[in-house]
Write a protein that binds this ligand. Structure first.
Ligand code: PMP
Length: 354
């Protein structure tokens, strides 16, 4: 049986899982969750009724997230990674003839999941510094009237966060939902959650997507969520598969929030390391871009990016090769790791560029 013809053209989204000593390619946290959290989770496992389906509505986790963010529990929707949140939004609001907008280069899964769900994608470029150009935004919103506008902030893989002024502007001109993907939100100074909490008629179209994969050190758990208007939550509940978030993940997410202060400390360490890596890269023959996230985009000035990527793999350091992505000619992205991992990366990149 032939696969759907429109899927044949899709390249897929694969970060190579090469066996190396230093993995700085998928923007995870270098730190395992705190031991106290793991002990609490082990206790919790003894209380889970494994023979029963989990709470379909994730009641306790939603209540805990709502308290954490100062919103109502009916404004929270949980899923298997923030990717599933994005998929639910596209299933509920996208589809044939209902275009969504992206500003490129950006997180490739916005486009990919849209295409998988049969949703057309209209795109416009970011400016030379990879920020949103408000005139370009206005033009795209006016001509394409997208049902969803994706704004990745901080933007993966380029690093910068948009200001709340920019997000508010997009909300003012967009006719549909504005989905702010804040997978790296904890590393940035401002969050669009402030605009959700401020309320008002426009906030009903604002969706903020977050994940436990990065700062909470729970990428293995696959847990993400969104904060949005209750009507958007209800729409996602229409399309999500029943019992999408397993009982262990629900417990892990709820318990992780109790350790938010430990996570904040780690964010502080990673931000300090990010500055150190940026400064060190600044002394090498590479172009770098400012970052509000836990990764840095850079471009070797006199060397082939793929060759540098290979030389790093030869030194057991894996980073992300973005050089083939539209708008990112010659670019590589490195995740900020532990100080030791960053030292390994900096030594390897220095040697590789010689
Ligand atoms: N959004 C962005 C911008 C990301 O970079 C990622 C992870 N690569 C995700 C969403 C998905 O994260 P997860 O599904 O692990 O929550």
């Amino acid at each position: 049986m032939a696969v759907r013809p429109d899927l044949r053209a899709l390249a897929g989204y694969h970060s190579p899982q090469v066996d190396v000593e230093v993995r700085l390619n998928t923007n995870e946290s270098p730190y395992a969750p705190p031991p106290a959290f793991l002990a609490e989770l082990r206790d919790e496992l003894g209380r889970i009724a494994f023979n029963r389906y989990p709470d379909r509505r994730c009641t306790d986790l939603r209540t805990a997230l709502a308290a954490h963010h100062g919103v109502g529990a009916d404004q929270v929707f949980c899923a298997t990674g923030s990717n599933e949140v994005l998929q639910c939004l596209l299933l509920a609001y996208g589809g044939v003839g209902r275009a969504v907008a992206t500003f490129e280069p950006s997180y490739t899964l916005h486009r990919h999941i849209a295409e998988v769900t049969g949703t057309p994608v209209v795109s416009a470029p970011r400016d030379a510094a990879f920020a949103l150009d408000l005139e370009v935004v206005d033009e795209l919103e006016r001509t394409a009237a997208p049902v969803i506008t994706f704004v990745c902030s901080p933007n993966n893989p380029t690093g910068r966060a948009e200001t709340l002024h920019t997000i508010q502007h997009v909300l003012d001109v967009a006719p549909g939902l504005v989905v702010v993907d804040e997978a790296y939100g904890q590393f940035a100074r401002a969050s669009a959650l402030d605009l959700v909490r401020a309320g008002g008629p426009e906030a009903q179209r604002l969706v903020v997507v977050r994940t436990f994969s990065k700062t909470f050190g729970l990428a293995a758990m696959r847990l993400g969520y969104m904060v949005a208007d209750p009507a958007v939550v209800a729409a996602c509940e229409l399309v999500v598969l029943p019992y999408n978030v397993d009982a262990v993940s629900q417990a892990a997410g709820r318990l992780a929030l109790r350790h938010a202060h430990a996570m904040d400390e780690r964010v502080g360490q990673l931000v300090a390391e990010r500055r150190r890596v940026q400064t060190a890269l600044g002394a090498l023959p590479v172009q770098t871009w400012p970052s509000d996230a836990n990764f840095v985009l850079f471009r070797p000035l006199h060397a082939d990016a793929v060759e540098i990527w290979r030389r790093l793999v030869d030194r057991s350091v894996l980073i992300r090769d973005c050089s083939g992505w539209p708008g990112l000619d010659g670019c590589l992205r490195v995740t900020i790791g532990s100080p030791e991992e960053n030292d390994r990366f900096l030594a390897a990149v220095d040697e590789s560029l010689r």
